[in-house]
Design a binder for this molecule. Structure first.
Ligand SMILES: NC(=O)C1=CN([C@@H]2O[C@H](COP(=O)(O)OP(=O)(O)OC[C@H]3O[C@@H](n4cnc5c(N)ncnc54)[C@H](OP(=O)(O)O)[C@@H]3O)[C@@H](O)[C@H]2O)[C@@H](O)CC1
Ligand SMILES: Nc1ncnc2c1ncn2[C@@H]1O[C@H](COP(=O)(O)OP(=O)(O)O)[C@@H](O)[C@H]1O
Length: 284
C-alpha cells in the first residue's frame, strides 16, 4: 500500500516532548562537516536537527575549520574530528545515537568517514557528498549499508548510485515509486528520492509519497541548501527515536510545511527557524 504523507495524530504525538523529559531523552545527533569555507551545508543540517527536537547536536569538523564554525554556532556544539579512527572512538558514548554525513563534507572526507560511520551502526542519514563520493566505486558503500540508514538523493545523486533504475525511470519504463522501492531493497535501507514529488521506500517495502503540488505546493524549496536542511530534520527525528522510515516521512512533511509557513522569499536558513511557529500551529 502506498501511503500519502499528511500530518497524522501519530506523527504529532511523536513530535511532542514530555514534561518529565531531559535532553538525553531526545538523543544526540552528530553532523559531520568538511573543510574551511564549506561549513554552511552542515551547519544548516545541524540547526535543523536541533529545531526538530534532538536533545543535543554536535557538529564535527576538521581542526582547521573549528574557528569558522565556532563563529556561527551557539546551541549546536562543536568538536574537532580529524579522522575515521577518532569517529569510531566516539561510539564509546552510547548516547550518541544518530549521524548525518554528506552536506558540505567533500568527497575525500566522505570516502574516509562514511565506512567509519556505518561501522557504528547508528541511525544515519547519507546525503550529498556521502552519496556522490561513491559514484565510481559504490561497492564499499553498498557493503556497509544497514537498515538504520536513510539515503536522501536528489535525482542526480540517485543516477550516480542506481544508474540502471534511474535510466528506466527517466525512459518512462518504470515509475518513480518503483525505482525508489527497488533501490531501497537493493541498498537494504530507506531511500528518499527528492523532488516536488518525494518518494520514500524502505527495505521492508513500505512506500510513502509526498506531493508538493496544488494546496501543498512548496516551490520555494527549490533553493540551495534546502536538501541539507531535510537531512538535518531526518537525523534530528531519528535521534529522538523515530524509525528511519517514519523520520523520513515526518521530516519530509515538516520540510514542506515549514516552506509553506514561511512563504515566498524563503532561503534554506529560514526553514529551521520556521519550525517553532509551525509546531505551535499544529498544536504541539
Ligand atoms: N549553503 C551551502 O553551503 C550549500 C552547500 N552545498 C553543498 O555543496 C556540495 C555540492 O553540492 P552542489 O549543489 O554543488 O551539487 P549537486 O546538488 O550534487 O549538483 C551537482 C549536479 O547534480 C545534478 N543535479 C543537481 N540537482 C539535481 C536534481 N534535482 N535533479 C537532477 N540532477 C540534479 C546536476 O547535474 P546535471 O544533471 O545537470 O548534469 C548538478 O550540476 C555538497 O556538499 C552540498 O551539500 C549545497 O547543498 C548548496 C548549499
Ligand atoms: N519545486 C519543488 N517543490 C517542492 N520541493 C522541492 C522543489 N524543488 C526542490 N524541492 C525540495 O528541496 C530539496 C532540495 O534538495 P537538494 O536538491 O539536495 O538541494 P541542496 O543540495 O541544495 O540542499 C529537496 O528536499 C526537494 O524535494
Amino acid at each position: 500500500m502506498i501511503r500519502q504523507i499528511t500530518l497524522t495524530e501519530t506523527m504529532r504525538a511523536a513530535l511532542r516532548k514530555g514534561v518529565e523529559d531531559h535532553k538525553f531523552s531526545h538523543g544526540h545527533a552528530l553532523v559531520l562537516a568538511g573543510g574551511p569555507g564549506r561549513g554552511g551545508a552542515a551547519r544548516l543540517a545541524a540547526r535543523a536537527a536541533l529545531r526538530a527536537g534532538a536533545g543535543l547536536v554536535t557538529l564535527a569538523c576538521p581542526q582547521v575549520s573549528l574557528a569558522e564554525n565556532a563563529a556561527h554556532l551557539t546551541a549546536v556544539m562543536l568538536t574537532a574530528l580529524p579522522d575515521a579512527y577518532t569517529l569510531r572512538g566516539m561510539f564509546a558514548d552510547t548516547r550518541l545515537n544518530a549521524l548525518c554525513l554528506g552536506p558540505g563534507l567533500g568527497a575525500p572526507r566522505a570516502l574516509e568517514m562514511v565506512p567509519g560511520a556505518l561501522w557504528g551502526r547508528r541511525a544515519t542519514v547519507l546525503d550529498a557528498d556521502a552519496l556522490t563520493a561513491f559514484e565510481h566505486d559504490p561497492g564499499p558503500l553498498f557493503n556497509a549499508l544497514h537498515d538504520k540508514v536513510v539515503l536522501t538523493p536528489h535525482p542526480g545523486e540517485f543516477r550516480h548510485l542506481f544508474p540502471d533504475l534511474a535510466r528506466a525511470w527517466e525512459a518512462g519504463e518504470m515509475s518513480k515509486i518503483e525505482a525508489t522501492s527497488r533501490a531501497a531493497v537493493r541498498a537494504g535501507c530507506t531511500v528518499l528520492l527528492k523532488g516536488h514529488e518525494t518518494v520514500i521506500a524502505s527495505a521492508a517495502e513500505e512506500i510513502a509519497v509526498h506531493s508538493a503540488t496544488g494546496e501543498m505546493a512548496a516551490p520555494w524549496l527549490a533553493t540551495a541548501g534546502s536538501g541539507d536542511v531535510l537531512a538535518g530534520l531526518i537525523v534530528g527525528l531519528m535521534a529522538r527515536g523515530h524509525s528511519p522510515f517514519e523520520a523520513a516521512c515526518s521530516g519530509t512533511w515538516l520540510h514542506a510545511a515549514a516552506a509553506r509557513q514561511f512563504g515566498p522569499g524563503l532561503i534554506a536558513e529560514d526553514l529551521p527557524d520556521a519550525l517553532p511557529a509551525l509546531f505551535r500551529d499544529i498544536g504541539l
